[in-house]
Design a protein around this ligand. Structure first.
Ligand code: BV8
Length: 250
């Protein structure tokens, strides 16, 4: 049954975690909220309040108006570059050192886990700091996302696009297979700061549950996962994760 986070982590959860060998973590935009990065669905504040994220994060939107989509990503990239990792990111980097196998699967595109020191990060939805050629046949490698207006591939002149996974696009094969393997073999999976609405990432906690793993959700709000989770800790990740790390160190 889900446990509300009242500042005390359930003793049986801590006991289980102390003996865990294989830990998987799925993170979403909520983990970066305390760094001041708007969550994906809040990201439409201000200038972008009249667009739905799905209307900008799609191949169709890019084909129709590449400049608008690039401007949106340049705005978001500015926010993520100005942001700093928060205590939740740092706690995850420290927790990674405590377990034989620790796989961090992130839907986030902001590099904040890596900047906090996390080593084994699987980016399910790409990374906002890079651009790639929109021509799938082009051999061009990823390049830093362009700041200036010139956004064409230097090898084949096709438009450059943000190196992220848009709605309707497949996730990178390697990333998805690593994520499925981690969910299928972990002793415990944490689902942190995600609305559990975007697939196939949202299926990973169910996969872990189906293999008998403990699933812990950390989110101030309810999500479609909350009722199924073994534990649901209703508090910000920047509060819960440092508390979890501290409890493990005693
Ligand atoms: C695909 C990158 C097929 C770009 C993003 C079933 C199976 C497969 C696909 C589908 C399916 N059903 C529907 C689909 C289609 C679609 C989908 O899932 N749609 C949803 C809307 C229903 N999925 C896809 O299109 C995927 N592609 O399956 O292709 C295919 C297969 C083969 C060949 C061709 C095609 C691709 C999905 C990826 C889309 N790209 N991002 C970018 O960032 O611009 S998704 C986007 O949403 C972000 O990556 C984000 O991470 C993700 C999920 O959002 P969250 O991270 O959860 O953020 P959100 O704002 O929603 O929630 C934040 C949460 O944090 C909240 O719950 C809040 O309470 C909490 N919170 C706030 N503060 C805190 C906090 N928690 C903790 N602490 C805090 N302090």
């Amino acid at each position: 049954m889900p446990e509300a986070f009242n500042g005390q982590l359930a003793p049986e959860l801590l006991r289980y975690l102390r003996s865990a060998q294989r830990v998987a973590v799925l993170t979403g935009a909520g983990v970066s909220a305390e760094s001041g990065v708007p969550t994906f669905r809040d990201a439409m504040t201000g200038l972008w309040s009249h667009y739905r994220p799905e209307d900008l994060a799609s191949p169709e939107a890019f084909a129709q108006n590449p400049a608008l989509v690039w401007d949106w990503y340049a705005w978001r990239r500015g926010l993520t570059e100005a942001a700093a990792p928060n205590p939740g990111h740092y706690a995850l980097a420290a927790l990674e050192q405590r377990f034989p196998t620790f796989t961090l699967l992130t839907q986030n595109v902001d590099s904040l886990h890596q900047r906090a020191g996390s080593q084994n990060v699987v980016e399910l939805h790409g990374n906002i700091s890079l651009a790639r050629c929109s021509n799938p046949a082009c051999p061009a490698s990823r390049t830093p996302a362009p700041i200036e207006a010139e956004r064409s591939c230097t090898i084949c002149s096709a438009p450059l696009r943000p190196n992220v996974v848009w709605f309707g696009e497949a996730l990178p094969k390697d990333a998805l297979s690593m994520a499925i393997q981690a969910a299928e073999t972990c002793d415990i999976l944490f689902s942190i700061g995600t609305s559990s609405m975007v697939y196939p990432a949202a299926q990973l906690p169910d996969l872990a549950l189906s293999r008998g793993a403990v699933v812990v959700e950390i989110n101030p709000d309810q999500t479609p996962l909350t009722a199924e989770a073994t534990y649901a800790l209703h508090a910000p990740s920047g509060v819960v994760l440092p508390a979890l790390l501290a409890a493990l160190q005693v």
